[in-house]
Design a protein around this ligand. Structure first.
Ligand code: 6R9
Length: 576
C-alpha cells in the first residue's frame, strides 16, 4: 500500500490535452479517426498518413528528420522523406516484393533505416526492425519465425546473417560501402544503385486498417522470442497518444532516444511524431551525458523521451554536467520502459526544473495505455492514469476486480486500437494473453489508489513472497536508489527454508563510492527503516553494472538464474 506524501502540480501553460476528467468524459476513438485523410475508398496506409499527407501541404518543406551521428549531420523534409520512401517502395517492387511479405531491417540507426521502413509500408509489406547489436542466433530466430523474404542490412553486419540457411530469404539489400560475399542462394542488391535506378513516384498500396504493418519481437523469459503483429489501425492510438502524452506541437523538435529495434523507437520514434507532422530528431552513436545534453542544446530539443536507465545514468553523472549546457529549450520530458523511481523525478525537478512524465505500455499494446499527462498533478512513483478511451483494471487470479490499494494483475479491456492482432505463427500464445473474457493480461502486477492512479509493483514473475508477505521488487529498488551512494539496484527473491524467500539486492554504486561491509549494512537498514523489516535485503552484492536489455530494462530473471546456477534462458536482447 502506498503512502504518498507529495504530488507535483503541472506547470501552468498550454497543454494539448484538456484536464483528465474532461478528456475522459468526452473521448471517442471515432472522433480521432476523423483527424485522418482516410482515402475515399476507406483504405489507409500508415506511411501516407505519417509522411505523404504532410508533403501535400505547406509542411512539405518542414524538416521531418534531423539525423546525426559521429559522422553524419543531415536534414530531410517531409517531401524528401516522401520521395526517398517512394523510391524504396519501387526498389522492393522491382525485386518482386508484394503486399504482406515480411521485409526485415538489420541496420544501424541511419536515415536509410527510416526511409526503407516507410517504403516497405508503402507497398503494403510488413516491416520488422531488429537491433543492430543482435548476434547470429537472434537474427536467425527472427528471420526464421517471420519467414522474411527480404533483408535490408549492411556489409558490416552481413557476417551475422546465416542467409544460406534461411529458405524463405530471397533478397538482401546492402546499405553502404564495404565488401560483402554477394553469393549463395540469395540475390544481393546494393541500396545506392537500386535507389538511383528507381523513380520517386509510386502508386501507394492502399490497405485495410486490419492489414499487417509491423512485427516486433519481444523476448520471452524462456524459449524463443514472440513476434507481436500490429496493423495499420494502430495509427489512431499512436497519433492521439503522441499528441496528448508527448504534447506534440507544430514548432516542436522532438527527440525519442529509443532504437527502432524496440517498440518505443517505432511507435514513438517514427509513427507518433510524424502522424502529428512534427520534426523528429534521431541521434546515432552511444550514450554519454555530455553528448546527450549537447544534442539537446544544439537542436533546441523541446520534447524529450527517454528511459529510466538513461535518467539514472544522467543523475549518476552529477549536476555539474547539466550546468555546462543550455537546456532551456526543453518543455516536456518523458520516461518509459521501466518504473521511474520517485528519486529520479525529484532530481529532475531540481536540475531540469521539469517533471519527468512516466508512462506505461508494452510491445503488445502498440501504444501508451497508462500515463502521467502534462496537465495532471503527478504523484512521483506512479505510472499515472489510463488513457481516455482505454480501460485498465487490477484483477485477481479469477479475473475479479480488486479494491484500491491491493496488488493484482494489471489488465486492459480488450479492443483498444493499437492492440496486438496475433503472435506470428503462434495463435496459441496469442490466446494466452486473454485469460479472462474480454481482458488482456499484461503479466505485470500493479495496484490502483483511491484517486485512480496506478502503481507498478513488478513483473508477475519477479514479485517476491517473503515471510508470507508479497513484495514488489520496484519498491525496494526505489528505496535503495534514494540512498546517495546508489546508482541502480535490482532485487530478487532467493529461496530460503524458513522465509520462503529472502530478498537479495544487487547494487551498482555511483562514481566515488566503493564497496564495504559497512555500506552494505547501511543500505539494508536504510530499506528496513524506510519500508519494512521484511522488505530489507538479507543479502547484498555490489556489482559494477547490472545486466540489462537493449531497451534498458534490468534483467532480474538473469540475476536470479546466475544466483541459483540455473540456465538463464533467452539472452538475445541482453546488452553486452
Ligand atoms: C514500451 C515498453 C514492457 C514491459 C512492461 C513493464 C515494463 C514499461 C513501464 C514499465 C513500469 C513503466 N514497463 N513501462 N514498468 N513503469 N512506466 O517498454 O515495451 O519492451 O514490451 O516492455 O516493460 O514490465 O510489461 P516492452
Amino acid at each position: 500500500m502506498k503512502v504518498v506524501a507529495d504530488t507535483i502540480a503541472p506547470k501552468t501553460g498550454q497543454a494539448n490535452m484538456p484536464d483528465y476528467d474532461t478528456a475522459r468524459a468526452d473521448f471517442s476513438w471515432e472522433e480521432v479517426e476523423k483527424s485522418f485523410s482516410w482515402h475515399e475508398t476507406g483504405k489507409v496506409n500508415m506511411a501516407h498518413e505519417a509522411i505523404d499527407r504532410h508533403a501535400e501541404t505547406w509542411r512539405r518543406n518542414k524538416v521531418a528528420l534531423y539525423y546525426s551521428d559521429d559522422e553524419r549531420d543531415e536534414k530531410y523534409t517531409f517531401q524528401d522523406m516522401k520521395f526517398l520512401s517512394n523510391k524504396f517502395g519501387n526498389v522492393l517492387r522491382s525485386i518482386g516484393t508484394e503486399k504482406g511479405d515480411r521485409v526485415f531491417l538489420f541496420l544501424s540507426r541511419s536515415p536509410e533505416l527510416y526511409t526503407s521502413l516507410l517504403g516497405t509500408l508503402k507497398i503494403g509489406a510488413i516491416t520488422g526492425p531488429l537491433f543492430e547489436a543482435f548476434m547470429e542466433q537472434a537474427v536467425r530466430d527472427r528471420l526464421e519465425n517471420s519467414e522474411a523474404s527480404v533483408l535490408i542490412t549492411s556489409p558490416s553486419l552481413i557476417d551475422r546473417v546465416p542467409y544460406n540457411e534461411l529458405p524463405h530469404l530471397e533478397n538482401i539489400i546492402l546499405v553502404g560501402d564495404g565488401d560483402a560475399p554477394e553469393d549463395g542462394d540469395v540475390k544481393f542488391f546494393r541500396y545506392e544503385q537500386e535507389m538511383e535506378k528507381n523513380s520517386r513516384d509510386l502508386n501507394i498500396e492502399w490497405v485495410d486498417r486490419e492489414d499487417g504493418m509491423i512485427l516486433h519481437y519481444t523476448s520471452g523469459s524462456t524459449g524463443k522470442p514472440k513476434g507481436v503483429l500490429h496493423v495499420h489501425n494502430a495509427m489512431i492510438q499512436q497519433y492521439q497518444t503522441a499528441k496528448w502524452i508527448m504534447d506534440l506541437k507544430e514548432d516542436d523538435i522532438y527527440w525519442c532516444t529509443a532504437d527502432p529495434g524496440w517498440v518505443t523507437g517505432t511507435s514513438y520514434g517514427i509513427f507518433g511524431p510524424w502522424l502529428n507532422g512534427v520534426s523528429n530528431l534521431v541521434r546515432g552513436g552511444r550514450f554519454s551525458p555530455e553528448d546527450w545534453y549537447g544534442t539537446i542544446e544544439k537542436y533546441q530539443v523541446s520534447v524529450w523521451l527517454s528511459a529510466p536507465t538513461a535518467f539514472r545514468k544522467l543523475m549518476g553523472a552529477g549536476d555539474e554536467a547539466v550546468k555546462k549546457f543550455d537546456l532551456s529549450s526543453l518543455r516536456h520530458v518523458l520516461s518509459v520502459g521501466e518504473p521511474l523511481n520517485a528519486e529520479v523525478i525529484h532530481w529532475g525537478m531540481d536540475v531540469y526544473n521539469r517533471r519527468i512524465h512516466d508512462h506505461w505500455w508494452m510491445t503488445e499494446t502498440g501504444g501508451v495505455i497508462i500515463a502521467n499527462y502534462p496537465a495532471m498533478p503527478m504523484k512521483p512513483g506512479s505510472m499515472g492514469k489510463p488513457f481516455p478511451g482505454v480501460e485498465a483494471a487490477i484483477l485477481d487470479e479469477e479475473g475479479n476486480e480488486l479494491p484500491p490499494g491491493q496488488m493484482g494483475k494489471l489488465c486492459i479491456k480488450s479492443g483498444w486500437p493499437s492492440m496486438l492482432r496475433t503472435v506470428w505463427n503462434n495463435e496459441e500464445r496469442f490466446k494466452k494473453y486473454f485469460p479472462f473474457e474480454g481482458w488482456f493480461d499484461s503479466d505485470d502486477l500493479a495496484s490502483r489508489d483511491e484517486d485512480g492512479y496506478f502503481w507498478f509493483e513488478g513483473r508477475d514473475d519477479d514479485v517476491i513472497t517473503t515471510s508470507g508477505e508479497r513484495v514488489g521488487p520496484f519498491e525496494v529498488e526505489s528505496k535503495l536508489v534514494e540512498h546517495p551512494s546508489v546508482a541502480e539496484a535490482a532485487v530478487i527473491g532467493k529461496p530460503d527454508p524458513v522465509r520462503g524467500h529472502i530478498i537479495k539486492a544487487f547494487v551498482a554504486l555511483k562514481d566515488g563510492y566503493t564497496r564495504s561491509d559497512e555500506l552494505e549494512q547501511e543500505l539494508s537498514s536504510f530499506v528496513k527503516k524506510g519500508l519494512a523489516a521484511h522488505a530489507a535485503p538479507r543479502e547484498m552484492e555490489i556489482r559494477d553494472f547490472l545486466p540489462k536489455t537493449r531497451s534498458g530494462k534490468i534483467m532480474r530473471r538473469v540475476l536470479k538464474a546466475w544466483e541459483l546456477d540455473e540456465p538463464a534462458g533467452d539472452l538475445s536482447t541482453m546488452e553486452k
